[in-house]
Design a protein around this ligand. Structure first.
Ligand SMILES: Nc1ncnc2c1ncn2[C@@H]1O[C@H](COP(=O)(O)OP(=O)(O)OP(=O)(O)O)[C@@H](O)[C@H]1O
Length: 356
């Protein structure tokens, strides 16, 4: 766990970047710091690994005040990922990833073997290991940045807008990959972004900061969407709060009716169209086991008759969900939602960079 205890940072010119910030960052989870430009996100992050020292207050890492720990030692135990990856341009990818193991005095063979493991772990083709950073795409470079930060298996990972410089499609892929990695590695991650959609998608907990480095609200993403504490947070969350909350409701409780005879299926029971007036028209599907109500409603809206076709993990028809059946589930959650999104939505995007 990381604790900010009344932390203030005043830069030499008098700018107060962070003002009396007290938050608890839980271990083994992703905590996102989000807020408008200049609200002190980066400063807060850098005070954890002492790239910036707090003016007053304390930051405790595993119960120890970070100011009592030698900065170099501290940083070796904390992975750090930044925008544009910040790779060493004249080092091959494998040697970039092995940076911290080399610093820790590992022999070259062991450090490179570890680097190769990580290159695969972050979903990169091992053949890229012998290239130089300029020979990789932006998204690939960011993956290398994540691999490098993980090389010495640090318990804590600080990520400062790591995916901001890539296009929305690549960005979605990187976000999904981070969630997949985190489900295996369970690091304590502090993630900075100015993008509320990214915050909602990635954060187990989201801290919204005001300009001046003051905490506006810290909560799980579903709570944040359903109960913003004030107008600042409400406006920062933007429109579609209600729709976005649907990502946090599983579709597994939707009542299914038998599929109608006019649903065309192949020999394996996989649907391929709905017969309407002698024509086959497309419709929407969802998987009740892994999809959210957002996906189920999306499927219903895409279907000509307003029902969503439910399929299993192999794409075989399970039945259909009528509007009434979907509505019955929504009514159950009218009062509040769990801060636990449907499994598939942790990785999925509902288009245009939205957090699904
Ligand atoms: N070295 C510095 N000297 C003086 N002021 C600084 C310094 N670094 C940052 N600041 C100021 O502190 C405030 C917070 O900056 P910080 O970079 O932490 O914000 P941020 O929320 O990460 O912003 P962004 O989203 O734009 O990156 C800003 O007003 C910034 O101008």
């Amino acid at each position: 766990m990381i604790i900010f205890d009344g932390v203030t940072k005043r830069y030499q010119d008098g700018t107060v970047a962070v003002d009396d910030l007290s938050i608890e960052v839980p271990g083994g989870a992703i905590t996102v710091l989000v807020g408008p430009s200049g609200c002190g996100k980066t400063t807060s992050l850098r005070m954890i690994n002492r790239m910036v020292d707090a003016t007053s207050g304390r930051i405790l890492l595993g119960g120890r005040d970070v100011r009592e720990i030698d900065p170099a030692t501290l940083r070796r135990g904390i992975g750090y990922v930044i925008q544009h990856a910040g790779l060493f341009p004249h080092r091959k990818i494998v040697d970039n990833v092995a940076t911290v193991p080399y610093l820790l005095g590992w022999n070259r063979k062991k450090a490179r073997a570890r680097a190769m493991e990580l290159i695969e772990l972050v979903g990169l083709d091992p053949k890229l290991a012998t290239r130089y950073p300029f020979q990789l795409s932006g998204g690939q470079q960011q993956r290398v940045g994540v691999a490098r930060a993980l090389a010495a298996d640090p318990p804590v990972l600080l990520m400062d807008e790591p995916f901001s410089a890539v296009d929305p499609v690549v960005r979605t892929g990187l976000q999904d990959e981070l969630l997949r990695l985190q489900s295996e590695l369970r690091k304590t991650i502090v993630f900075v972004t100015h993008d509320i959609d990214e915050a909602i998608k990635l954060g187990d907990t989201v801290a919204v900061l005001h300009t001046g480095g003051r905490l506006a609200q810290m909560a799980g993403p579903a709570t944040l969407l359903s109960e913003p504490v004030d107008d600042f947070v409400r406006e920062f969350l933007g429109r579609d709060r209600g729709i976005r909350r649907l990502s946090f409701i599983s579709a597994k409780d939707v009542r299914l009716d038998p599929a109608p005879a006019d649903l065309a299926v192949d020999d394996d029971d996989r649907p391929f169209g709905l017969r309407v007036d002698g024509r086959l028209v497309p419709y929407g599907t969802f998987d009740p086991e892994s999809d959210s109500m957002r996906a189920a409603l999306d499927a219903a809206l895409l279907s000509p008759d307003g029902t969503a076709v439910a399929v299993d993990g192999d794409g075989r028809v399970l039945g259909v969900a009528t509007r009434e059946a979907l509505d019955a589930v929504l009514r159950k959650y009218a009062g509040g939602l769990p801060d636990q999104r449907a499994p598939a939505d942790q990785g999925a995007s509902a288009g245009e960079g939205a957090p699904a």
